[in-house]
Design a protein around this ligand. Structure first.
Ligand SMILES: [Zn+2]
Length: 111
């Protein structure tokens, strides 16, 4: 950070709305310590944010244990938990759409 010209960058970081209570696994250290953050970097002049570095805030999964941040686009599992996946949930429950039980490859059903 350079303060000689009283300009620099400011990063707005906050919990992403709707995902405040979400706790996900960190892919770096493996702990369930990840939270979903919204991060938006701005160029500042005289400490006033003037120009955003990007059009939209980044959505990231951050881990407070190992300080690892990862763009949420690499975490489809997190997007699914937030309801943004666009596809149906991967796990529909056990055994549905498998046909009725007891038919087919039975184990020793000869009599
Ligand atoms: Zn971690």
């Amino acid at each position: 950070m350079f303060f000689f010209f009283t300009c620099g960058t400011h990063t707005f970081t906050s919990r992403l709305a709707g995902a405040e209570n979400l706790t996900v696994q960190c892919q770096n250290c493996g702990n369930f310590s990840g939270h979903v953050y919204k991060r938006w970097e701005w160029f500042t002049f005289c400490f006033v944010p003037l120009i955003p570095f990007s059009l939209k805030p980044y959505k990231e999964v951050g881990c407070h244990i190992c300080n690892f941040y990862q763009d949420i686009k690499y975490r489809p599992d997190v997007q699914q938990q937030m309801g943004l996946g666009g596809g149906p949930p991967a796990q529909q429950g056990p055994g549905y759409a498998m046909g009725p039980p007891g038919q087919g490859q039975g184990q020793g059903q000869y009599k």
